[in-house]
Design a protein around this ligand. Structure first.
Ligand code: 3PG
Length: 211
C-alpha cells in the first residue's frame, strides 16, 4: 500500500460514514463535533466553504476521539491553511498536480476526488489508491462504482454526493468501498438550533450502517 494513501485509508476505516460539514458559526463547531464523535463517527470533514471553516477545524480538533479534516480543498493555499488550522487529512472534489504537490509538501493525507476510470487510474499512478468517488449519485451511484471496481479492484473509494440513509448500504456493501461521505448527519436546521442530542442520534444510526 502506498505511503500517500495509508493514513487516509486508516481514517476512512474508522466508521462507515464521514460527516461532510458546512459550518457557518465556529461557536457551534465544538458541540457539533462532540455529538458526532459521541454518536460513533470520529472522522469529520469540515468543508472550506464558509469563513468560519478554519476556526471550526481549530475548535473541533480539541475534541477527544475526533479526527478532523478539511474538505473542498481546491488550491495549494487551501492546503496550507487547512494544515495550519490543524486538519489531519484533506478531501478534494477532484485532483490537480498543484493540489497534490501541496499535500505532499505539507504532509497532509489526501482523499482526492475521482469520478471516472481515467481519473482513478491517474491518481493510482501518483500513489493514491483510496479515493473519493464524487459526485457519487450523479456519476451513476453504486452500480457505477461496482463497475469501476471490476477492472480496478486495487482502488478503494469513499463515495460522496447524494449519499443518504436510503442508499448508503448499496455503496457500503461493495468490496471497493471503505466508507461514504454524507451531510445528512448534521442537518443545518439541527445545527442552528443546537440540537446536539438529535445529531448524536443521527450519527449513531449512521455508525451502524455496516452492522
Ligand atoms: C458535498 O460536496 O457537500 C458533499 O458531496 C456532500 O454531499 P451530500 O450533501 O449529498 O451528502
Amino acid at each position: 500500500m502506498s505511503d500517500k494513501t495509508q493514513r487516509t485509508r486508516e481514517i476512512c476505516a474508522l466508521a462507515p460514514i464521514v460527516p461532510v460539514l458546512v459550518v457557518d458559526d465556529a461557536s457551534q463547531a465544538r458541540p457539533l463535533a462532540e455529538a458526532l464523535v459521541a454518536g460513533g463517527l470520529p472522522a469529520l470533514e469540515v468543508t472550506l466553504r464558509t469563513p468560519a471553516a478554519l476556526d471550526a477545524i481549530r475548535a473541533m480538533s480539541q475534541v477527544p476521539g475526533g479526527v478532523v479534516g478539511a474538505g473542498t480543498l481546491i488550491t495549494p493555499e487551501d492546503v496550507r491553511a487547512a494544515k495550519e488550522a490543524g486538519a489531519k487529512f484533506g478531501v478534494s472534489p477532484g485532483a490537480t498536480d498543484a493540489l497534490i504537490a501541496a499535500c505532499v509538501a505539507e504532509g497532509l493525507p489526501l482523499l482526492p476526488g475521482a469520478a471516472t476510470a481515467s481519473e482513478a487510474m491517474r491518481l493510482l499512478e501518483l500513489g493514491y489508491d483510496m479515493l473519493k468517488f464524487f459526485p457519487a449519485e450523479a456519476s451513476g451511484g453504486a452500480p457505477a462504482l461496482k463497475a469501476i471496481g471490476a477492472p480496478l479492484p486495487q482502488i478503494s473509494f469513499c463515495p460522496t454526493g447524494g449519499v443518504s440513509p436510503s442508499n448508503a448500504r448499496d455503496y457500503l456493501s461493495l468490496s471497493n468501498v471503505v466508507c461514504a461521505g454524507g451531510s445528512w448527519v448534521a442537518p443545518n436546521q439541527m445545527v442552528v438550533e443546537g440540537d446536539w442530542t438529535g445529531i448524536e442520534s443521527l450519527a449513531r444510526e449512521a455508525s451502524k450502517l455496516t452492522d
